[in-house]
Design a protein. Structure first.
Length: 149
């Protein structure tokens, strides 16, 4: 996934996860805080200080030193934890999903057996849909002929 944690009054940045066709924007309405590096202001996820390239932000209601997080760290945490709220203050992040352009999609790594199973499934479904459409055509055609007679 490509996720952006942005705020209404600030620019947002992106990170991406290979192969995923969506991007997500979140949370909206809280101010981004760019922090001058100091010994006490560190990211609660990676425990590193903020800098110009990756400033510390405050995306939720947490206070104290736990309010600071790097945008990229938070995005990775949201991806890996599969949750949309802060684990401490339970603030629900507002997520917006966007489809990645098709040219940025990546091929899945599959074994020959997995490819064969997918092709068999697709073939079966195409044949089944063709049979249903043909059956409906024959049924409608016969009904129309009976009505004419």
């Amino acid at each position: 996934n490509e996720k952006t944690l942005g705020h209404s009054a600030s620019r947002s940045s992106n990170i991406s996860k290979a192969g995923s066709p969506t991007s997500v924007n979140a949370p909206i309405g809280f101010s981004r805080t760019s922090v001058t590096p100091s010994n006490q202001d560190i990211c609660r996820i990676c425990h590193c200080e903020g800098d110009e390239d990756s400033p510390l932000i405050t995306p939720c209601h947490c206070t104290g030193s736990l309010r600071f997080v790097h945008q990229a760290c938070l995005q990775q945490w949201i991806k890996s934890s599969d949750t949309r709220c802060c684990e401490l203050c339970k603030f629900e992040f507002i997520m917006e999903t966007k489809l990645k352009p098709l040219r940025k999609w990546e091929k899945l790594q599959m074994t020959a057996s997995e490819r064969r199973k997918i092709m068999c499934s697709v073939t079966f479904h195409v044949i089944a849909i063709t049979c249903v459409v043909w059956s409906l055509y024959v049924l409608i055609d016969r009904t129309a002929e009976e009505i004419k007679q």
